[in-house]
Design a protein around this ligand. Structure first.
Ligand code: C5P
Length: 205
């Protein structure tokens, strides 16, 4: 069974994907982490994330980089969204994601194009959305806990920029697959969102 969980930044897709993987005892891949590693590697190389050549070179990042806590920062998220517009980068990361999806026994993958490009044959495709206000508030609370003092308005602005880039790029823009089920988490807390996701998966099985 392949479960594809796509959606915009801070929609809750990562939390949901992790919980589904645990519930169904399946391996999980956060595909955004691969793009974050490429963004981080470009930065470490002193390259330009908007330059396709620099971004492609960074795709040969060492596996150990996936464990770098810096990958989780907003800055690296911004770099990831810039390197991810290049077709060569998406192609370079394709096989790794594809083979993860096809491993015997199945897998859960979350990202932007899992249901449309990486594993269009996935039995279950969830498209997780939430209002930009709800997503900004979640990010803000997370950051407060980590002692990061960015304002709600700054975070909301960043989210809008990233959404725009992910939605309007030519290569694999963020969109729901025709056979995806929508899950709006704006009004749901963590446990409610997970319960709703499991319920949707159960109906597909
Ligand atoms: O999901 P996350 O915020 O970690 O993703 C960081 C960036 O990587 C996204 O803004 C998006 O531009 C890019 N990405 C992508 N395709 C994916 C996963 C992430 O283009 N499958």
């Amino acid at each position: 069974m392949i479960i594809a969980v796509d959606g915009p930044t801070a929609s809750g897709k990562g939390t949901i994907a992790k919980a589904l993987a645990k519930h169904y005892r399946l391996p999980h891949l956060d595909t955004g982490l691969l793009y974050r590693a490429v963004g981080r590697q470009v930065f470490l190389d002193g390259g330009d994330p908007d330059n396709a050549g620099d971004a492609l070179t960074a795709c040969t990042f060492p596996d150990g980089l996936l464990l770098d806590p810096e990958l989780r920062t907003e800055d690296t998220g911004g770099l990831a969204s810039r390197v991810s517009v290049h077709r060569s980068v998406r192609e370079a990361l394709f096989e790794r994601q594809r083979s993860f999806a096809l491993q015997p026994g199945g897998a859960v993958l979350d990202g932007r194009d899992v249901g449309t490009v990486i594993a269009p044959e996935a039995q279950v495709k969830l498209f997780v959305v939430a209002s930009v206000e709800a997503r900004a508030l979640r990010r803000w609370k997370e950051m407060q806990e980590r002692g990061n003092g960015r304002t709600l308005a700054e975070i909301e602005n960043d989210l809008r920029l990233r959404d725009e880039r992910d939605l309007n790029r030519a290569e694999a823009p963020l969109r729901a697959a025709d056979d995806a089920v929508m899950l709006d988490t704006s009004e749901l807390n963590r446990d409610e969102a997970i319960a709703a996701a499991i319920d949707l998966v159960e109906r597909k099985l």
